[in-house]
Design a protein around this ligand. Structure first.
Ligand SMILES: Nc1nc2c(c(=O)[nH]1)N=C([C@H](O)[C@H](O)COP(=O)(O)OP(=O)(O)OP(=O)(O)O)CN2
Length: 178
């Protein structure tokens, strides 16, 4: 059955602190693209709508998350002292701070977004499975997943990854998640 593919652009900043000598330990940003491929798990209503779900149904919550959660978020390692700085001095900006267990690499974000989109598809009852998700970090660097391993699913990346809402960390209370 034909698969559908959607692409959304977002701006982000991050820094990678595991290697203190890396140029990426300094906060820097990218304009990125997230591309997802969804395969229908239900029959297309041939001769009727001729689709298993409209593009609007498929994209509404996912692109809502990209636009309202991911776009212009600062992605930080949960152990990064900058997180403490934001908690202490600019708590009002925490809604734009994405927190990951370990460095916020593009690989980690691909796994986090895979889990987020699966949660959204389940919550929306959409008859589709996620077949591929890729993030173009720069014009020369793209990271792609075509499924998750058991370890990637079990990784305690952050509870927000498995919630079908717009949250990007577990610091703020539930009333801020949508
Ligand atoms: N495995 C990973 N390595 C790196 C990541 C990552 O997400 N996963 N991210 C970075 C930095 O974000 C960095 O900004 C990108 O690094 P780099 O490839 O050096 O970027 P350039 O645009 O300079 O790449 P060129 O292809 O050389 O133009 C680093 N590493």
């Amino acid at each position: 059955m034909p698969a559908v593919q959607f692409t959304r652009r977002f701006s982000m900043a991050h820094r990678l602190i595991a290697d203190a000598a890396s140029k990426c330990a300094v906060p820097h940003g990218h304009n990125e693209f997230v591309r997802v491929t969804l395969e229908p798990t239900a029959e297309i209503a041939f001769g009727g709508s001729n689709h298993a779900a409209s593009f609007d149904q498929l994209k509404r919550r996912w692109h809502g998350f990209v636009d309202r959660g991911l776009d212009h978020a600062f992605q930080l390692n949960g152990a990064d002292p900058l997180l403490t700085w934001f908690r202490t001095h600019e708590p009002e900006r925490l809604k734009q701070v994405l927190v990951i267990d370990g460095d916020p690499t593009t690989e980690a974000l691909v796994i986090a977004l895979w889990r987020k989109l699966e949660a959204i598809l389940a919550a929306e009852g959409l008859p589709f499975r996620l077949a591929e998700l890729s993030i173009e970090e720069t014009p020369t660097n793209t990271v792609t997943a075509r499924g998750l391993t058991e370890a990637e699913r079990a990784w305690k990346l952050g509870g927000w990854c498995d919630r079908p809402d717009f949250s990007i960390n577990d610091i703020l209370p539930p009333e801020t998640w949508s």
